[in-house]
Design a protein. Structure first.
Length: 654
């Protein structure tokens, strides 16, 4: 990205915080937010030290705040000791033991309510079971589970005894699981006979067996939770049922008091090429930012019912399911299924039935539900909702407005959060009681987060609406510590570009005249069209603003004249067009984009399908789209796709 990235999206609507929300907010009003920012700017380390002392329980208080002697391998609160599970469970028992910690709804619709006291007992018993199977402090445990409370129990139990967990998303293939087990050197695997998702059975034990048969020599034991109840092979001496592992285990397991820098978990990020990166997170700093963002961004109150729809296989499910909500003593919903099974109102039905007040999901899900029409959410009572959130990718303004108007009834602020697996917690996001909102903007960095947009030389981009590289200029507590087993890759990936001065996010961004940040896509999702550098997200936003378009993804392919041609993959409302109807819509959409953005952004080619190629977590596989646009053979693994038939449609074969 040697040239400046051009911004072509213009959004002028502003929504100030509702007065009724401000009245009860934890951070109420612009002045209160600015006071936090000023405290952090005046004394960066002192700011985080104060919060760490106030928000966390320390068994041994820290005296060292930030150790930067091995930068960029930063370390926080190094001489302090604490336990993450104690902070999430034990410290609430005296006054919240009877409070509901988890409301669980299964794929089939059965529900369970689990109190803090019950969750504490379950975690202690399972922690004792892990110890009985030979798991010790520092061992790695891989968790390959459905989205059920027992997945959280397993994570918390590992944290309690000092084992480092690595959760692998239940939609990943046996090969992906094997790669992660081997890289982590896991001693034990926790899985289930199967998962239930969207009315289908996901054969987890079979995949785990396949992975272990292909290698994984470090694995000594496999604990299997009985979720489905169907017969699965159990290898004598290695495999043990969850309930058998629990038999005879006591419900008291004193927490292991760990160094703040003790590795809490590894979480692997993958692309279509290259070995997965094991992102390593520490204990104290990670938990601190999980707590502060629950309070600041979600404005969590004691009577809230919080629902983050993410699977625990992703960082969002770590920070805002397994750890953050429990660390602040909140009640949360955990849902095993999908947004549209057995009907398109499933999310809204859950919000209604469980009295959800804070709802946090991905733009992909919002657009899919928006496509089904307003009449579906209008059937449900969503009046208890008070705050909405988005995560995972930039949200286009039209989807933002639908979410705001149809789901939130124009009364719920939307917190559009930018962060990454590597950052551990929100970095740029509004505080709903303090920050005026702009549809499509993640607004401003949180207090204590020094974000900037810089050019190819690392100099700040000072001109409004000119894009550049998004960077973080100062260390923060929940930052990744390294890439597991590969410190050089950590440096090369995140720090090398600007000689270790800044953390490089890999995203392009711009700031508008008010200093608001707008994420323009990954740096590798930037098109160079006739010398103009265009962010794909902005072209996608223009397409989705057309009334016929439900979803769109834009990629580039080489063009001998323009450098790159723009190829759009589009999902339409009302069925996939073909023949003359498709030709007419293509002409209309090209002119629409020209009108919305400018002729330079007109797609050269538009392809239609009934959906976009996504992983089961809802992430669009853009590298796959690039290969299709270029007419290349599909060589990458597509086993995690929701619907492989989509590929043929996009290739023009179906």
């Amino acid at each position: 990205m040697s040239e400046e990235l051009e911004s072509v999206l213009n959004e002028s609507r502003i929504f100030p915080p509702p007065a009724a929300f401000v009245d009860k907010a934890r951070i109420a009003g612009w002045e209160a937010l600015q006071a936090l920012r000023e405290e952090a700017r005046a004394d960066h380390q002192g700011f985080w030290a104060r919060l760490a002392q106030e928000k966390l329980h320390w068994h041994t208080p820290f005296s060292v705040i930030l150790d930067d002697s091995r930068a960029p391998h930063y370390a926080w609160f190094t001489d302090g000791r604490l336990n993450v599970s104690y902070n999430c469970l034990d410290r609430h028992l005296a006054d919240k033991g009877g409070k509901t910690a988890i409301i669980f709804e299964s794929d089939e619709g059965a529900t369970r309510h689990i109190s803090y006291a019950e969750l504490h007992e379950a975690v202690c018993r399972f922690a004792n079971a892990l110890k009985a199977q030979g798991v010790e402090k520092g061992d790695r445990v891989v968790i390959y589970m459905p989205m059920i409370p027992e997945a959280v129990v397993a994570m918390q139990a590992c944290a309690r005894i000092g084992a480092t967990h690595s959760v692998v998303f239940g939609g990943f293939s046996a090969q992906a699981l094997k790669d992660r087990i081997e890289d982590a050197g896991a001693k034990l695997v926790i899985t289930a006979d199967a998962g239930h998702r969207g009315g289908k059975r996901v054969e987890l034990k079979a995949a785990a067996d396949q992975a272990l048969a292909a290698g994984c020599p470090t694995v000594e034991k496999v604990i299997v939770y009985r979720r489905s109840g169907h017969d699965v092979p159990m290898q004598p001496g290695r495999d043990i049922w969850w309930d058998q592992a629990l038999a005879g285990q006591g419900d008291d397991c004193p927490p292991e008091w760990l160094e703040a820098e003790h590795p809490l978990f590894l979480l692997y990020t993958s692309g279509s090429t290259g070995k997965p990166k094991g992102i390593q997170h520490a204990s104290g700093g990670y938990l601190l930012n999980a707590v502060t963002t629950m309070e600041w961004v979600f404005d969590i109150q004691d009577d809230d019912v919080f629902w983050c729809t993410a699977d625990v296989g992703w960082i969002t499910g770590h920070s805002y399911v397994a750890y953050g909500p429990l660390a602040v003593g909140a009640t949360q919903v955990i849902f095993e299924g999908t947004p549209t099974h057995p009907h398109g109102g499933r999310f809204w039905e859950i919000c209604q039935n469980h009295g959800v007040t804070i709802f946090y999901t991905a733009p992909t899900a919002i657009r899919a539900l928006m496509k089904l029409g307003d009449e579906i959410p209008e059937r449900y009572d969503l009046s208890k909702l008070r705050l909405l959130g988005t995560v995972g990718e930039p949200i286009n303004p039209e989807a933002w407005m639908w979410y705001y108007e149809v789901i939130g009834g124009r009364r719920c602020p939307i917190v559009d959060t930018w962060w990454q697996t590597e950052t551990g917690a929100h970095m740029i996001a509004p505080l709903p009681g303090a920050t005026p909102l702009k549809p499509g903007s993640c607004t401003l960095p949180l207090p204590g987060i020094e974000a900037d947009v810089v050019d190819a030389e690392g100099n700040p981009v000072t001109e409004a609406d000119k894009g550049g590289f998004l960077v973080i200029k100062k260390p923060w507590p929940s930052m990744l510590r390294t890439v597991w087993g590969d410190p050089q890759r950590y440096y090369d990936t995140y720090w090398k570009q600007f000689d270790g001065r800044y953390y490089v996010a890999g995203d392009s961004a711009r700031r508008d005249q008010d200093g608001y940040f707008w994420i323009m896509g990954r740096v590798d999702d930037v098109l160079n069209v006739s010398g103009h550098r265009l962010g794909t997200m902005e072209i996608e936003s223009a397409l989705v603003a057309h009334p016929r378009v439900a979803e769109a993804a834009v990629v580039g392919r080489p063009h001998e004249v323009k450098g790159e041609a723009i190829v759009a993959f589009v999902v339409t409302r009302g069925g996939r067009p073909s023949g003359e109807a498709a030709d007419a819509l293509t002409a209309e959409l090209r002119e629409w984009v020209a009108k919305e953005i400018g002729p330079i952004a007109k797609p050269d080619e538009i392809r239609y399908a009934e959906g976009l190629p996504k992983t089961r977590s809802g992430k669009i596989m853009r590298r796959l789209l690039r290969a299709i646009a270029r007419g290349e053979a599909i060589t990458q693994d597509i086993s995690t796709l929701e619907n492989e038939e989509i590929i043929k449609q996009l290739q023009g074969e179906a």
